[in-house]
Design a protein around this ligand. Structure first.
Ligand code: GAP
Length: 570
């Protein structure tokens, strides 16, 4: 298996384009940053992951911690809702990112994505500058710093800095760092008079104080100029439904599918035979005006989410939080993701979203975060934040007409049987349910499955890459080929193709050499190819070629369907 560190994102992005998985949106007009189109194979892959999530979450959810099957129903709510929804949900006031502007280039960046390197014992009189890099974690910042250094371009920085302090750039006199030294060495030895100034700190642009800010110097590598103080920037994209275009008509494209679920909690409760605990699941598009969309489809402005809100009694919420945390981690393994590339990471208090009292992320080792990890799914304990926020309340000026609480008859009976006193029963059996929310990105899941499957095969004849999808998720399940386009082989191959096509997406290909046909199937991740050759005509034997090993075996033509069915069920 190729380690994430050894996978090149540029090569993966190029393969995705060349083989019809993902194209830049509006490409013939120069594209649009943060938007992507899914090609025929990308759509098939996305649908396969989506269907598996729906199967595991709605059609056949797991058995719960109490041994009972978990109940979850599906929903498909509108993307645009009454704008009051987003005021009460906290997204108008709280869904903000801290932004910094670059005074020289006028570009805007997320303050928590720009990392600035400063000496730990920074003193104003040192007149030392920061080195800014854009990254999504401190770990990534360090990695980026090292990569930039390895690229050799850091010589410029050294020379510039030397000049700034009056050193001769060519001789490097008085400066410990020379062109070719490791960045870490350079960072450790640098001083206005060449003295060792000790360790360097990595801080975000958000953490830059007045003193540091004065010395954010533009470095050619990173193109950061003087950074302003961070300011909050709302992430929701807005629109104006109807003919009038003024502030009162302003509505938002949903930034998460979750709110549509909370808005329909009462509808579902009243119309479906569900009782707490139960969940409502939804898959659909969400939109965020991300300031720095990047890393291919990892962070885009239009994306798809798979979210489930699980409503439970407040007193059982911890049990359900632990339950969903485990279930969701295992689900990612079921996609064929290797355990060593997947971790669970609890959020620190200062990372929690405005609605959440606890959150654990499932993180994946993407090629662009390795050896670190990046977010894939969050399992959040939302408490009763959302249902309360959307419940009618005069004092709090909440103008919805709903009371989103729940009377728990089973709990009432249980408490009665336990002899709990009447007042306490009344108090405990009517409540606003707590919510545990596993929320993941479908388009991000596509990226994870692509990254995991992407395997460079420089030594293999034909294909330079394999997309080693778990067969169940492969867009095309099998290729059916006649070895040559004569001698009655195409007719037999067509017959087999028509038989398999009835059950799965399979492809018939009779053109080009057999090696080229195999190579194409490897690159689009087709797990098996069935070739009709002389042995088929004589002995009814078909050659099966395995994508990952390139090994071939023969099976009877009557067994092909059963063979494929068994592999796809794994
Ligand atoms: N309802 C909770 C919520 O939306 P989130 O952590 O902001 O939580 C959930 O989003 C998931 O949606 C993330 O874990 C990620 O997989 C995906 N996601 C969020 N923003 C995204 C973006 N800009 N592009 C692609 N996927 C995104």
């Amino acid at each position: 298996m190729t380690a994430p560190e050894d996978k090149n994102m540029d090569e993966l992005v190029a393969l995705c384009k060349r083989r019809g998985f993902v194209y830049p949106a509006s490409e013939i007009y120069g594209g649009l940053r943060g938007f992507w189109d899914y090609g025929p194979l990308g759509t098939a892959l996305k649908n396969n992951i989506r269907d598996w999530w729906w199967r595991c979450m709605v059609d056949c959810p797991p058995i719960g911690p109490d041994g009972e099957p978990v109940a979850i129903v599906g929903l498909d709510s509108a993307i645009i809702q009454n704008p009051r929804v987003w005021e009460h949900s906290g997204h108008v006031g709280g869904f903000n990112d801290p932004m910094v502007d670059d005074k020289e280039t006028k570009k805007r960046y997320r303050a928590d994505h720009i990392y600035v390197f400063y000496p730990k014992n920074f003193k104003t009189e040192h007149k030392r500058f920061g080195i800014a890099v854009q990254a999504s974690s401190r770990e990534e910042a360090h990695k980026l710093r090292d990569e930039l250094w390895e690229s050799g371009k850091w010589s410029k920085v050294v020379f510039r800095a030397q000049k700034e302090f009056g050193f001769d750039p060519l001789e490097g006199a008085g400066v410990g760092a020379q062109y070719g030294d490791k960045v870490s060495d350079f960072l450790n030895v640098y001083g206005p008079n060449g003295e060792d100034i000790g360790d360097w700190d990595v801080i975000t642009a958000e953490e830059l104080d007045e003193e540091h800010r004065k010395y954010t110097t533009n470095l050619e590598l990173t193109n950061f100029g003087t950074l302003t103080k961070p300011q909050m920037f709302n992430l929701m994209l807005d629109t104006y439904p109807g003919p009038i275009r003024d502030e009162d008509a302003k509505a938002y494209l949903r930034p998460e599918t979750a709110q549509g679920i909370f808005l329909n909690f009462k509808n579902v409760l009243d119309t479906m035979r569900v009782k707490v605990p139960f969940g409502i699941a939804q898959i659909g598009k969400s939109f965020r005006n991300e300031v720095t969309p990047r890393n291919f489809i990892f962070r885009s402005r239009e994306f798809e989410q798979m979210e489930m809100e699980f409503f439970c009694p407040p007193e059982d919420s911890q049990k359900w939080y632990d339950f969903w945390r485990d279930v969701r981690y295992k689900w990612w393994l079921s996609l064929g993701v290797a355990e060593e590339n997947l971790i669970l990471r609890d959020h620190d208090d200062d990372e929690l979203a405005h609605y959440s009292s606890a959150c654990v992320d499932v993180e994946y080792k993407y090629p662009f975060t390795a050896p670190g990890y990046g977010e894939l799914e969050g399992v959040a304990h939302r408490g009763n934040y959302d249902l309360t926020a959307h419940s009618k309340s005069k004092e709090k000026n909440r103008d919805s007409n709903a009371k989103l609480d729940y009377f728990d008859q089973e709990l009432q009976v249980k408490l009665q049987n336990e002899g709990v006193d009447k007042a306490e029963i009344k108090e405990r059996s009517r409540y606003v349910p707590h919510v545990i929310e596993p929320a993941s990105g479908l388009t991000r899941a596509v990226l994870v499955v692509l990254c995991e499957a992407f395997t460079p095969t420089p030594d293999r004849e034909g294909s330079k890459y394999i997309l080693s999808f778990k067969p169940k998720f492969a867009p095309i399940k099998a290729g059916v080929f006649p070895l040559v386009n004569k001698d009655g082989m195409p007719e037999v191959a067509q017959k087999l193709y028509l038989q398999l096509r009835d059950k799965w997406p399979v492809e018939y290909d009779g053109k080009q050499s057999i090696g080229k046909r195999y190579a194409r199937m490897d690159e689009i991740g087709t797990p098996f190819c069935f070739t009709i050759d002389g042995d088929t005509l004589e002995k009814q034997l078909v050659t099966v070629r395995d994508r990952d090993t390139a090994e071939q075996e023969t099976i009877h033509i009557d067994q092909v369907e059963a063979f494929l069915a068994q592999k796809l069920a794994e």
